[in-house]
Design a protein around this ligand. Structure first.
Ligand SMILES: Nc1ncnc2c1ncn2[C@@H]1O[C@H](COP(=O)(O)OP(=O)(O)OP(=O)(O)O)[C@@H](O)[C@H]1O
Ligand SMILES: [Mg+2]
Length: 508
């Protein structure tokens, strides 16, 4: 008897269809799994055999069982094919009359026949719905994660036995009630608030611009001036994620296997702060079976690299391509995988090894050579990709001891949200969300300048030796500053402010 059961392989954030073809025939005992299966799938033979027995089924010991996972040229990884393979065996031996052409199966079997959670269930549910399947059978532990997808019957399965009873019609499993994702979305929780940070108006303004248009920031200043504090407070002024953003981000965490089991939906913008000892693979993604790295886990949120120059140079250089493209491509012998990486980079650094090179009062004790070596740790091309270069000076005693509160995060966030709304309308018919994602064509359309602003920009390009990239980035920042004022046109004052955030280029 020959049967087919549908499942899917998760590649990056997308899926491709995988069919478990099961053939049980002949009189000679045998048991084989073919179709570019990895070690976990080869071990599935024993899991399925034992789970099968413990579910009260009789293993076809006097027949040759051949399972093929098609298409044979796609490497199958992990244990999610246990369930489709076991289902195929059941249908080929006992349940030939059961119709499953509209159903997709995924799950790992425990030896007692129970189903264990797998990673990547959310992309799987989206794929099943898009492909027109009407039923999806997944482990109960993955149910909540999949429940944000409506329009497909998703069945949480506890065990192989329960599933068989359900398909036989003797005991039915209730499909999951879809969750309304928009009601779950939340602002980033934090004990911090901009109101508690004294002074630093210039840095706060830069962070407001960064939050509005998702622009990258480099904070530079002496020790203890508040760079880390400012960066960690940034999430409090970020707008709430939209439903589409939350699905994208949750998909990423689902594939990485990082969804918290008790609440497996990402409802707040990610804020990732990897230590400077992180490897290139940890930061940009990788591994034999590629997993998203920190830059993808901070997709639609913040990647905070504190003590920027302490990161090894090759690790930082690996950020260059994703910072430009918003995606990272990981190539392996079996093919390449793409993960989105539209993150906002917030980096902090001291201006020199002692930290006081830019301090008005304290004398820097670094030799010019030490200072130059320290500054060379971050390459010109990487600095060129950072839109807002911000000096964070040490604040004086008067400001520090001032007990009056500054503007609270909620008030700043309201302005950020208004600016985001303008951007949402601007990019309504495209996949872009923020000004930082504008293409050259968008810049031409949305960043037109008057003659006065053009003159100003021409002078800045000449005196600051700005690159073509810097020029475009100034225009994008100008657009965001104009959006913060709800100004349809970019005015000269907006361009002037945008130019303030560019350093004079060290390397062209
Ligand atoms: N503007 C400020 N308002 C209130 N508190 C501040 C301010 N700046 C710094 N502090 C206090 O100083 C502490 C140290 O600041 P922070 O760690 O942000 O400094 P830093 O600039 O990151 O220094 P380093 O270069 O050594 O990493 C903060 O935890 C906070 O308590
Ligand atoms: Mg710090």
């Amino acid at each position: 008897m020959f049967v087919k059961v549908q499942s899917a392989a998760v590649l990056g954030l997308d899926c491709i269809e995988v069919t478990a073809e099961v053939d049980i025939a002949g009189r000679w005992p045998g048991y084989q799994i073919v179709g570019l299966a990895d070690a976990a799938i080869q071990e599935a033979k024993e899991r399925i055999r034992t789970a099968w027995k413990n579910s009260g089924l009789e293993f076809p010991s006097n027949a040759r069982v051949v399972i093929n996972l098609a298409p044979a040229d796609v490497r199958k990884i992990g244990s999610a094919y246990d369930l489709p393979m076991a289902m195929g065996m059941y249908l080929a031996t006992e349940g030939a009359t059961i119709d499953i052409h509209d159903a997709l199966f995924a799950g790992e079997l425990a030896l007692d026949g129970a189903l264990r959670p797998i990673s990547g269930v959310l992309p799987l549910a989206i794929f099943a719905k898009e492909r027109g399947y009407t039923r999806l059978f997944i482990p109960t532990a993955n149910a909540k994660e999949a429940s944000i997808i409506a329009g497909i019957c998703i069945y949480p399965v506890q065990s192989l036995r329960q599933l068989i009873f359900h398909l036989q019609g003797t005991e039915s499993i209730q499909p999951i009630t879809p969750l309304d994702l928009s009601s779950l979305l939340a602002l980033n929780e934090s004990a911090l608030d901009m109101a508690d940070i004294k002074g630093q108006q210039f840095a706060k303004r830069a962070l407001e611009i960064a939050a509005s248009g998702a622009h990258n920031v480099l904070l530079s200043g002496p020790p203890g001036s508040g760079k880390t504090l400012l960066s960690r407070t940034l999430p409090t002024i970020l707008p709430q994620m939209t439903v589409d953003e939350a699905i994208e981000v949750t998909k990423m965490y689902s594939v990485a296997g990082l969804l918290p089991p008790d609440n497996p939906i990402i409802t707040q913008r990610p804020f990732r702060a990897p230590h400077h000892s992180a490897s290139t693979a940890a930061l940009v993604g990788g591994g034999t079976f590629p997993k998203p790295g920190e830059i993808s886990l901070s997709h639609r949120g913040i990647l905070f690299l504190d003590e920027f120059p302490e990161f090894p140079r090759p690790v930082l250089e690996a950020l260059r391509q994703p910072l430009e493209d918003g995606v990272v491509t990981i190539s392996r012998a079996q093919g390449s995988i793409m993960f989105p990486a539209k993150f906002t980079l917030i980096a902090s650094q001291n201006p020199c090894p002692c930290g006081y090179a830019t301090d008005a009062d304290k004398v820097c004790v670094c030799s010019p050579m030490h200072r130059a070596r320290y500054q060379k740790k971050i390459s010109g091309p990487l600095l060129d990709r950072i839109d807002l270069h911000v000096d964070v000076p040490r604040i004086d005693f008067e400001k520090l001891s001032d007990n009056s509160s500054a503007e609270p995060s909620a008030k700043i966030r309201a302005r950020v949200e208004a600016a985001r709304q303008i951007q949402q309308n601007r990019f309504a018919n495209s996949t872009r969300i923020t000004n930082s994602e504008m293409t050259n064509r968008d810049i031409k359309t949305y960043c037109q300048l008057n003659d006065e602003s053009l003159d100003l920009l021409r002078q800045a390009v000449a005196t600051l030796h700005l690159s073509a990239r810097s020029y475009n980035r100034i225009l994008k920042i100008g657009r965001t500053i104009a959006d913060l004022e709800a100004s349809p046109h970019i005015l000269t004052k907006h361009v002037a402010e945008a130019i303030q955030y560019r350093p004079s280029s060290r390397q062209g």
